[in-house]
Design a protein around this ligand. Structure first.
Ligand SMILES: Nc1ncnc2c1ncn2[C@@H]1O[C@H](COP(=O)(O)OP(=O)(O)OP(=O)(O)O)[C@@H](O)[C@H]1O
Ligand SMILES: [Mg+2]
Length: 292
């Protein structure tokens, strides 16, 4: 029987050979007196699905904020397909093909599902919101919104205000909004947080289908999602990269287990490597400084 993990690996087999779509070099971010990111090197290959994991407060969302241009780094470089993007505005980076979702839902609660997708499709069309331009582009924008509606499987909720959707449906709608511009590089911040097990399974399938062929960097705390979807896993702790490797290698990494995953249930790591992995917070992780 083919497992989800095998399907993922096969679909992204080419990713292991390709050039970086997203590259972070020596990234430092200080805010006030706090050093949030402390010299991060990370490289996500084109077409790869990388999970970014680590304890609460490790700096995962901060890294997304820097990559997507919400905040500027204190030092270091961020490249998208070989072009520097650090210091650029979020809309410029978005236009260069990078889209992100947020840890907390960002939808227009009173607008319907379709209207939310239409606003996203209009924004992604690059025409802005000037009324005359919007009207001129309406057929194409409507068609794009319709496609997105089907992609995220919310046809039955087309006219429902976003604020009345279930949490899982809101996250699906957000995924549609994130994908509206057909970005080649997608950042998802805890996409399955707060979902039931069955909702998570459905959402994993949605992510897998809708990001096929794209580059994905995904923050997740649910280890079933991480190990089910990721080609590689980067582990962040105290603003530095602790490890970045295949799921098997990360699972067996003693420092990662100590910092985040918790101990194996048996001393023989090889025999029990597939055992359930608890999510625990780190207390005292030293910077490893290992590039990825
Ligand atoms: N704008 C800011 N100003 C000051 N401190 C900040 C700011 N943004 C984040 N931080 C701090 O940076 C650290 C990392 O926060 P971040 O949100 O990036 O963590 P995270 O890894 O995403 O955690 P979680 O898993 O809980 O979402 C935290 O200590 C947080 O309080
Ligand atoms: Mg976060």
């Amino acid at each position: 029987m083919t497992t989800a993990r095998q399907t993922t690996s096969a679909a992204n087999a080419g990713a292991t050979q390709s050039a970086p779509a997203l590259e972070v070099r020596g990234l430092i971010w200080h805010t006030g007196r706090s050093a949030i990111l402390r010299g991060l090197d990370l490289s996500v290959r084109a077409g790869e699905r990388m999970a970014l994991i680590g304890p609460n407060g490790a700096g995962k969302t901060s890294l997304f904020n820097l990559i997507s241009g919400r905040v500027a780094p204190t030092a270091g470089a961020i490249c998208l397909n070989g072009q520097r993007i650090d210091g650029k505005k979020p809309h410029q980076i978005h236009r260069m093909g990078l889209a992100r979702s947020f840890q907390i839902t960002h939808l227009f609660a009173r607008l319907s599902v379709f209207e939310n997708l239409r606003v996203a499709a209009l924004g992604a069309s690059g025409q802005g919101y000037a009324l005359w331009r919007a009207l001129a582009r309406l057929p194409a924008v409507n068609a794009r919104a319709e496609t997105l509606l089907h992609s995220v499987q919310l046809q039955a909720r087309r006219d429902t205000p976003a604020g009345e959707l279930t949490h899982a449906q809101q996250r699906a709608l957000e995924l549609g909004v994130t994908l509206a511009g057909n970005a080649h590089t997608i950042l998802l911040d805890e996409p399955t947080a707060g979902m039931s097990q069955s909702e998570t399974g459905h959402f994993m399938a949605l992510i897998r289908a809708l990001t096929a062929g794209k580059t994905l960097l995904m923050v997740e705390h649910d280890m079933n999602v991480v190990f089910g979807l990721a080609d590689r896993i980067a582990v962040l702790a105290n603003g530095a990269l602790l490890a970045c490797d295949t799921p098997q290698a990360v699972r067996a990494d003693a420092r990662v287990r100590q910092a985040y995953l918790g101990p194996l249930p048996d001393a023989d790591a090889g025999a029990d490597a597939d055992a359930a992995i608890p999510t625990t917070a780190a207390t005292n992780v030293q910077r490893a400084g290992r590039p990825c």
